[in-house]
Design a protein around this ligand. Sequence first.
Ligand SMILES: NC(=O)c1ccc[n+]([C@@H]2O[C@H](COP(=O)([O-])OP(=O)(O)OC[C@H]3O[C@@H](n4cnc5c(N)ncnc54)[C@H](O)[C@@H]3O)[C@@H](O)[C@H]2O)c1
Length: 266
Amino acid sequence: MHLKDKVALVTGAAQGIGNACAHALLEKGCKVGLVDNNAEVGRESKNNLDKQFDTQRTIFIPCDVSHEEQLKDAFKKIFEHFGRLDIVVNNAGVNNEKNWEVTVQINLISVIRGTYIGLDYMKTENGGNGGAIVNIASLAGLMPVPFQPVYCASKHGVIGFTRSVAMVSKAGKYDVRINTICPSFVNTPILQSIEKEENMGQYLTYKEQLKDMINHYGLLPPPLIAEGLIKILEDDTLNGEVMKITTNQGIHFHEYGPSPFQPDKK
Ligand SMILES: NC(=O)c1ccc[n+]([C@@H]2O[C@H](COP(=O)([O-])OP(=O)(O)OC[C@H]3O[C@@H](n4cnc5c(N)ncnc54)[C@H](O)[C@@H]3O)[C@@H](O)[C@H]2O)c1
């Protein structure tokens, strides 16, 4: 996809990986709808982007992605404001093992919902222009993570859903590519959550072991994840792929054997 003048919606865009993705999309000439439930940091981050990019090219929409009506409304506002939608980055996520239902709600259910709403706007059979959806999972979606079992489950869910719905999109000729990115640890505020009882609950006692794990893997800079996003968006051959980003190997893809059932090959 040629990115100039395309319209992207990025959830969790106020800070961290989402903010880096918004920045990279703007550098490529996109217009970006910034969606986040942290209105204060969200507005601040729009103001910062306005210093570098034309203020007309971003809009900030305060929205809790786990609230169905708010999420639908955010898509509607961004679509109506810019007149089209081409890219959705379902990035908003939390680490909460104490209120673990919230983790499933935000990290998995809202990603599924964001994908379906995105398809409603973009798929050609609905009069859309086609497009691309990128769901941010984690390396935790590909391996067990001690002391973060629900976070890990939510990310496994994102990968399974994304790979599967990508096959549906291809079979149904939606003209929407759907892929996922799995970074290792990234240097963002979410990592502070491992120090907090309100996030870790019963697993707080293992925080030193989690820190050892972070030291073992190292920390990635958020712009590297944005670079992975741009690679996926610009390469029209990619659908259903699982991009991994690690300190050792940089940007690369997880390799799976052939899927036993390929509906589009009938
Ligand atoms: N930082 C890492 O080590 C790492 C590694 C792999 C994957 N990830 C994933 O990357 C994504 C972004 O994480 P990050 O590291 O930038 O974290 P972050 O905490 O810095 O940013 C997350 C953003 O999402 C927003 N958000 C949280 N809940 C929301 C909700 N209900 N509605 C709307 N917005 C909401 C927050 O306000 C915040 O701006 C998450 O899905 C995370 O699981 C992070």
